[in-house]
Ligand binder design. Sequence first.
Ligand code: WTA
Length: 633
Amino acid sequence: MSNATPLADRQAVHARSLADPDGFWLEAATRLDWMTAPSRAGDWSFDRDDFHIRWFEDGVLNVAANCIDRHLATRGDQVAILWEGDDPTTAPRHITYAELHREVSRFANVLKGLGAGKGDRITLYMPMIPEAAFAMLACARIGAVHSVVFAGFSAEALAGRIADCDSRIVITADQGRRGGRTIALKACVDEALAIARAVDHVLVVRATGAEVPMTAGRDIWYHEAALNVAADCPPEPMAAEDPLFILYTSGSTGKPKGVVHSTGGYLLWAAMTHATVFDYTAPDVYWCAADIGWVTGHSYIVYGPLANGATTLMYEGVPNWPTPARIWEVVDRHRVTTLYTAPTALRALMKEGDAYVTGTSRASLKLLGSVGEPINPEAWRWYHDVVGGGRCPVMDTWWQTETGGHMITPLPGTPAKPGSASLPFHGVDPRLLDAEGRELDGAAEGNLVIAASWPGQMRGLWGDPARFFDAYFSLYPGVYTTGDGARRDADGYWWITGRVDDVINVSGHRMGTAEVESALVLHADVAEAAVVGFPHDVKGQGIYAYVTLNAGVAADETLRAALRDWVRREIGPIATPDAIQFAPGLPKTRSGKIMRRILRKIAEGDTASLGDTSTLADPGVVKALLSESQARV
Ligand code: WTA
């Protein structure tokens, strides 16, 4: 590694960052290009009476200018976005920083022509093509707030997200491509807009060239609109605290939460963590194999790497199509130096055997990253030994949509412990609390909270300040509650043990159990539903649904299949239950609260230790559940 940070050095920097946050962060902020440099760093309080979070408040900047314009003089001809198509025979696209400047400016001018400006919300429902990044950066350039919705979400889910932030413009494509199939994106937007009507325009990027119906007066082809605009658009000066984007994520209650990130603090966090954790040095080719529909794609495909002037690879497809060697072939084809992916992908590829990996060179790789869920030591070793040939350090990065970027992570040079995300990044102050909120010292296990604000912290939930405080700061006063459990070992290394709330992690995607339950109970035959996670050897966690049917409805295989389809249609394929158990009744306390602990145990197959069932309103319910628990679909 060119810039490995020895353990003692990283610990010294960390200590300074906590001892003198103002000095540390004002200095760190100079890595960005400010129109007006900030004079203050953090100004925050997590207390209910004085709750506020602000960073670099008097600073003025533009995110697109930081990700594009400032690189033009030094690396205008360097590739900014390197695109690899789904089909391996498709020619890759190489977009230089100079081209990116023209493309994003044009896109920005098209949006302006549609009346969009500072503060307006714009929803993106896009495939993994460079135009998705152009659209995000174009919003940032004019100060509009983008809300990217993962293109695997259903029309229902899309409609809810469009309506929640009152987007008047939706940007989509005719179709997307993934794993040899096409995805009807425009058709899905049409369906969503039949529900969420208040949209003025749909801007459609031509991706596959498929014929799609266009609604006159509402729908506009991007390539036609782009003919009539200038290739230059001055970046809008934005206050550091102006919102940059909204990203919906699952919480422990039914409705997805619109996480809001800021302009200055977020960009600094994405850029600094990308540079430090991945040790980016030109002309490295850096590949984050996430989707732009998730926070990982925002921070580590688009904003972090481009702010650092990197070459960021954007891949349209899936790791294992047309063969399980594809991901490694892409590494060889583009001489990728850094690969950042999720444990679920590694576990799926690992199952196919080593030959798909060892048949490729991978000599270009220097560093590997992991994100999205705990990486089990077996997958860690396979990644390190087989994929990286033992040469490449593995960065197991723990963070969340809410944190904007990496929070607990190795840096190159941090001694590895497979399965541990290791140590807090600069400025991050993690603590462990027991269930009563008492702080635990030394080696211990408990609830992971963060005691001090950091620049990349989310600034709110769109349109719902009260829910923001309640969801993250009310359970344990004075700290940010992550919703994760963790263990700290005797060396001070952190081991994330998984969610402690009603959120499950399916293939590295967050899913609220309440969201799946709400979808199920919308079905006419369903009286009640309870959803829990259970261990799944590839997905990490699978979705296990207990469903109580209305009286007189036959509990058969046809209905089971229909309910699975129903959830896919309501939310999207990622929410498809792995198991549906028909349950005559659910275990409840006398006050009517569902005892999820018992449901989790049954779903895990751990029926020997159901624990105390004496507080159940009807203990007979558990017996019935046990006798029918062999019903995975
Ligand atoms: C989990 C994804 C263990 C965790 C960036 C967190 C992890 C949730 C790791 C956030 C990791 C993410 N080790 N667990 N390295 N990375 N998680 O918002 O439970 O989609 O709370 O953000 O994923 O998921 P989200």
